[in-house]
Design a protein around this ligand. Structure first.
Ligand code: G3H
Ligand code: 13P
Ligand code: ZN
Length: 328
């Protein structure tokens, strides 16, 4: 059944686990996430970006998630709007049945400049006001996601702050976070600690200087009762990169957020861990391998089944690693 994100995050906090929040765009991704959850008995957060809605169309996306709920009535499912760029986008998502929305006020409406604190506060407050009135959970974001190696903000959806950033812009400020949560009353707060979206997060296995777990600890110490969210949390498994390269893909050396660091972050208030890239890598690895090993096959069901199975394996391992397995 569709459940409230707030209730699910509260349960995760009470029981000390974290939840992967997987991005969905199509049937096979929804099936992989649900089959994996069903196998390990985990609650599910599925989220859709603006790009997902452009790809699938709002009705298809909505009905895919409704189909997941119908097919797995025993599994609690949250349907979340990822990276809402404006209050209007969040409002539309609520109208189409999402139980949770993210107001990403970390960028100005031009999509090119880091938001002022005042702007972020204003739009987030507005979204909290109309969402809480109808029982919808609100995730907000404070700080600009980006790389502490290159000092560049990331550009999810092709939009993002331009130019070189300062280290302090790329890290959520703990004092500001306290003020922000008090003022906005958001249910969950996405923080910037050096992760970024996509496959190219780090040029080496991250250490504390480029993945600022210490900053997370400071924020959690100041906001022990706030559910924290980590974006850009794919682990970019080297095994999947190896398969993609073996079967003709071209992906340069890169590293993601190690699962052990995600497990550590769960000890410090992180409850929702956003994962999109790892599903993309799993499916692409499986499809490349399948087609290379079975050159005469052409039924999409065959290679998409392979893709689904590889994505499902990844999802299961995250449910288990984050402790949401057994919590449905
Ligand atoms: O936040 C970014 C997610 O990975 C979604 O990516 O905008 O390409 O759908 P997308
Ligand atoms: P990844 O690109 O690391 O999977 O991050 C996904 C994300 O943060 C979606 O909001
Ligand atoms: Zn994100």
């Amino acid at each position: 059944s569709i459940v409230s994100m707030r209730q699910l995050l509260d349960h995760a906090a009470e029981n000390g686990y974290g939840l992967p929040a997987f991005n969905v765009n199509n049937l096979e991704q929804v099936q992989a996430i649900m089959e994996a959850a069903s196998e390990v008995d985990s609650p599910v957060i599925m989220q859709a970006s603006a790009g997902a809605r452009r790809y699938a169309g709002e009705p298809f996306l909505r009905h895919l998630i409704e189909a997941a709920v119908e097919a797995y009535p025993e599994i609690p499912v949250v349907m979340h709007q990822d990276h809402g760029q404006s209050p209007a986008v969040c409002m539309t998502a609520i109208r189409s049945g999402f139980s949770s929305v993210m107001m990403d006020g970390s960028l100005m409406p031009d999509g090119k400049t880091a938001a002022t604190y005042e702007y972020n506060l204003d739009v987030t407050k507005e979204v909290v006001r109309f969402s809480h009135a109808v029982g919808i959970t609100v995730e907000a974001e404070l700080g600009v996601l980006g790389s502490l190696e290159t000092m560049k903000a990331d550009k999810e959806d092709g939009i993002g702050a331009e130019g070189t950033m300062t280290r302090e812009q790329l890290l959520t400020n703990p004092d500001q976070a306290v003020d922000f949560v008090r003022e906005t009353q958001c249910d969950a707060l996405a923080i910037a600690i050096g992760t970024s979206h996509g496959a190219y997060k780090f040029t080496r296995k991250p250490t504390g200087d480029i993945l600022a777990i210490d900053r997370l600890k400071e924020i959690h110490a100041r906001l022990p009762n706030t559910h924290l969210v980590m974006h850009g949390s794919s682990s970019v498994p080297q095994e999947l990169l190896a398969i993609i390269r073996e079967f003709g893909g071209d992906i340069r050396e890169t590293y993601g957020v190690p699962v052990e660091e995600l497990q550590e972050s769960i000890k410090f208030g992180v409850r929702k861990i956003n994962i999109d890239t790892d599903i993309r890598l799993a499916m692409t690895a499986a499809i490349r391998r399948y087609l290379a090993q079975n050159p005469s096959r052409f039924d999409p069901r065959e290679y998409l089944k392979a893709a689904k199975e590889e994505a499902k394996k990844m999802c299961m391992s995250r449910y288990i690693a984050f402790g949401s397995a057994g919590q449905a």
